[in-house]
Design a protein. Structure first.
Length: 267
């Protein structure tokens, strides 16, 4: 990407984030009226973005978010928190980031009413939720997630067309990949005309996870390293989409994407 293209991405990204921060700050204030906590911070107090985990039972891939944060920082103009934490859905700190990454490998009990309301408010105030089934061969997590999304959002997951912006927000990706090849697309829920929830049954986190020695934790099948790279690119796309929801037609990245397709001027 040329310096001018990067500058466009950075400036537009900052403008987009500023508008969305206002909604998230307002959400944090409203949430604090129902849930009392000692202190509430807003996203606007930091220039770094945290890929927050959802604290509902054990995290299936505890190293995945850290690695994705590192990949996003390395590949884009986004400054990420490299040791992102987890948060409960009934905690106002939920609104400190526009992005949640919810990974699981088993069924879980019904969310409390406060947790369900917290999830709904997060989405309604502009948040984006990536949900990753780390055990797509087991129906437990899948059934629990579908139940809770219907309860919180009053909507069911539907397949996302493969020409959607999430497949081209930074990289050109023709389909999702993870630790396993999985379905040809992902599912999602739209709220207010925008995609607010993405649900993957590809074990994205299994492809991302890398230990402190630099060793990939899980083998990727059947495509090996190439499939892992595709999974990481899709993960980067999801983060870019979460932060730049107004890039509906990818205008900011158009010159960059055209060069990748072999058309248009090169810097």
């Amino acid at each position: 990407m040329s310096f001018s293209s990067r500058s466009m991405v950075t400036s537009s990204h900052r403008a987009s984030r500023a508008a969305r921060v206002s909604a998230l700050v307002a959400a944090s204030v409203l949430a604090s009226l129902a849930i009392v906590v000692p202190e509430v911070h807003a996203l606007g107090e930091s220039t770094r973005v945290a890929i927050l985990g959802v604290d509902v039972g054990p995290e299936a891939r505890p190293l995945a978010r850290r690695r994705l944060a590192w990949e996003v920082r390395k590949r884009t103009s986004i400054e990420t928190v490299l040791q992102p934490g987890r948060v409960r859905l009934d905690d106002p700190r939920l609104f400190e980031s526009p992005l949640l990454f919810w990974s699981g490998d088993r069924g879980f009990a019904e969310l409390s009413e406060a947790e369900s309301v917290g999830l709904r408010r997060f989405v309604e105030f502009g948040g984006f939720v990536v949900i990753d089934d780390a055990r797509p061969d087991d129906p437990g997590f899948d059934a629990s997630i579908r139940r809770e999304l219907r309860r919180a959002l009053g909507a069911s997951l539907r397949p996302i067309a493969r020409d959607h912006t999430i497949f081209r927000s930074f990289y050109l990706v023709d389909r999702p990949f993870g630790r396993v090849r999985g379905p040809d697309t992902v599912e999602g829920i739209e709220v207010g005309g925008r995609l607010a929830v993405v649900y993957s049954r590809h074990d994205l986190g299994g492809a991302f996870a890398r230990d402190n020695l630099g060793t990939w934790v899980h083998p990727v099948v059947p495509g090996g390293d190439d499939q892992r790279e595709r999974a990481i690119r899709f993960g980067v796309n999801l983060v870019m989409y979460a932060l730049c929801l107004d890039y509906k037609d990818d205008q900011v990245h158009a010159p960059f994407i055209m060069r990748r397709r072999g058309v248009g001027p090169r810097p």
